[in-house]
Design a protein around this ligand. Structure first.
Ligand SMILES: Nc1nc2c(ncn2[C@@H]2O[C@H](COP(=O)(O)OP(=O)(O)OP(=O)(O)O)[C@@H](O)[C@H]2O)c(=O)[nH]1
Length: 574
């Protein structure tokens, strides 16, 4: 309790408490990320434990030329990520059971993470088959996010399965291998397909929804978000091979590298533009914002340089580091903005951190780092979907907040601050709407014009405060004596107006009389003379009459009431 009071009573003590709460959130997020990172690989119980060896291939060599006894063979663990980057002739990869012999066929050989490399499988006693993410051999099984070869005839005891890896002109992405029964493979493949489809569908749906909102709301934030999410989904679709199998977009295989480069640049560029507006960097990080936008301009400039003749290679060399640095830069900017209080920077941080962590980890793996983290490829899909969901929720939250602010601003602009009634402009709008509705349906509409009596005297005698109180009390009485659907407004000074739908002259006269009587009653009870009486004019809308005329007639009736001695109601004969 004492601590609580101290913290509440002192600004100095409030800050560390705040920081501690924020630090706790980050510690939890960090622990969650670590727990995910340390979690064991999902069920590979059906896999046959394998051993592997590989070496660079020599031009003209046949598959049978490389054996397990080859002294140049480098041993590796097929369940850990391994790169096979070697020379122009590619590499030979041999796999054999860690213990005992090959199981009875049929079984399936699967390679995951091959990227765009071409794998050629040399089955025992059969013709070689090759597969690549963009072009699957019709004799091979469709593998989703992996390359697979069915094995119908097991190698002779002691003999390995032989593969050739060709990574010429593409990234030598690290791979894992497994040999598993067909049923186990089909189950795992179906599971992956469902998982990848769900993740990509989330991203695509969020992106398309954002596009729809962009068109409806004309808010560029949604355009930037949609462009970022769709570009990122495209990258993942290319990386995992999903666009080729099962989607069958083989036409993307030709311009693949160009498409991947444009998608990567677009994802970073639009992520920066999105974060700028979404996290309101203009307010929370003005200087950092300029740096970020400058960075985005640099990415575009370097990309454009690549289109100039002879500068393509230079642009390619510069683009990659620029893109790689873009992610952490954006993370740092949103962390700072979040620290300075930007609510939406927190959404961005939450969505962006896992994605960036996975991207960084994935980009280290071709260099031989983190070989046991075979789940990074799938985690990228999950992180993409997670980020799309978090940022969509953030966008929805921001849109609601903006709408709330706008509604509140509109409400404030419509109301008279002293009485809380509609001001003249807002009331006139409502009168117009009522007139249209009543005329269309052939129903009556009447108007009251109320003016407080000798209000100037009240002000002069008791002061403006008392005058204001009388105006507020009058507004309260009018609201209390009228129906829900009657629109009451303060026309100006000590003049009030009421539009009464579905009320003819007689009904409006009754309502006006009720108000007049209540004011008179209060004035009678009031010994200090702080409550004025009112003169009220009433008019009913005539066929073919316009609103200006209706108001003028009600006003004239009010003046007639004043002239007749005040504190009375007069109906304009129409
Ligand atoms: N306290 C207060 N007075 C206001 C406000 N708006 C207008 N007034 C005063 O309302 C008075 C209106 O006076 P007049 O139009 O001369 O009319 P009156 O004294 O009511 O006399 P009759 O209408 O002939 O009965 C002026 O003294 C204005 O200063 C307001 O918001 N608060």
């Amino acid at each position: 309790m004492i601590g609580f009071r101290l913290r509440r009573g002192s600004r100095v003590h409030a800050l560390p408490g705040d920081i501690r709460a924020r630090a706790r959130t980050w510690v939890w997020l960090l622990l969650l990320a670590l727990a995910l990172a340390a979690s064991p690989l999902p069920g590979t119980a059906a896999d046959l434990p394998l051993q592997g060896g590989w070496r660079a291939a020599v031009a003209g060599e046949q598959a049978g030329d490389v054996t397990r006894a080859d002294p140049q063979l480098r041993h590796f663990d097929p369940v850990r990520l391994q790169t096979f980057a070697a020379g122009e002739a590619g590499s030979w990869v041999l796999l054999w059971p860690a213990q005992g012999d090959w199981p009875a066929p049929p079984f399936v050989l699967q390679a995951r993470g091959a990227g765009l490399q071409t794998l050629r499988f040399h089955p025992p006693g059969g013709p070689a088959r090759s597969a690549r993410a963009t072009r699957v051999d019709p004799r091979a099984w469709p593998g989703h996010g992996r390359l697979v070869f069915p094995v119908a005839v097991a190698p002779a005891p002691g003999q390995p399965l032989r593969l050739h890896v060709d990574s010429r002109g593409v990234i030598a992405a690290p791979m894992t291998f497994a040999v598993l029964p067909p049923a186990a493979y089909l189950r795992a493949d179906a599971r992956w397909l469902a998982f990848a489809s769900a993740c990509l569908a989330i991203m695509a749906a969020m992106g398309l929804m954002a596009l729809f909102f962009a068109l409806r709301l004309r808010d560029p934030t949604f355009v930037h978000y949609a462009a970022f999410v769709l570009a990122y989904a495209l990258i993942l679709g290319l990386q995992t091979g999903y666009l080729f199998e099962p989607l069958g977009w083989q036409w993307l295989a030709g311009p693949l590298r160009g498409v991947a480069r444009v998608a990567t640049a677009a994802s970073v560029l639009f992520a920066i533009l999105f974060a700028d507006r979404f996290a309101n960097l203009r307010r929370y990080l003005p200087r950092g914002r300029r740096l970020l936008l400058g960075y985005a301009a640099l990415i575009v400039a370097v990309g454009a340089t690549g289109l100039l003749p002879g500068l393509g290679a230079l642009a390619r060399v510069l683009t990659n580091p620029l893109l790689v640095l873009g992610g952490p830069l954006l993370l740092a900017a949103s962390a700072l903005a979040a620290w300075r209080g930007s609510r939406y920077a927190r959404f961005f941080l939450l969505g962006w951190t896992p994605l960036l962590a996975v991207t960084v980890a994935g980009s280290l793996q071709p260099y031989g780092m983190l070989p046991a983290w075979t789940w990074i490829g799938d985690a990228a899909l999950a992180a993409g979907a997670f980020e799309a969901l978090v940022l969509s929720l953030g966008l929805a939250d921001r849109t609601l907040a903006l709408r709330r602010d706008r509604d509140q601003a509109r409400r404030l602009a419509d109301l008279d601050p002293l009485t809380g009634l509609y001001n003249r402009r807002a009331w006139s709008e409502r009168l117009l709407a009522l007139e249209t509705a009543m005329r269309r349906q052939g129903r009556p509409l009447s108007l009251l014009f109320l003016d407080l009596d000798r209000f100037k005297q009240l002000n002069d005698r008791l002061g403006h405060e008392a005058g204001d109180a009388a105006l507020r009390a009058t507004a309260g009485i009018m609201r209390g004596e009228l129906r829900e659907q009657d629109e009451v407004g303060r026309y100006g000074g000590e003049e009030f107006v009421v539009a009464l739908p579905d009320a003819d002259g007689a009904h409006a006269l009754q309502a006006a009389e009720r108000i007049r009587r209540r004011l008179q009653q209060r004035a009678g009870e009031d010994v200090g003379g702080a409550t004025p009486t009112a003169s009220i004019g009433v008019a009913m809308l005539q066929p073919g009459e316009d609103l200006a005329s209706l108001i003028a007639r009600a006003d004239a009736a009010m003046y007639a009431a004043k002239a007749a001695g005040r504190n009375r109601v007069v109906l304009h004969p129409g």
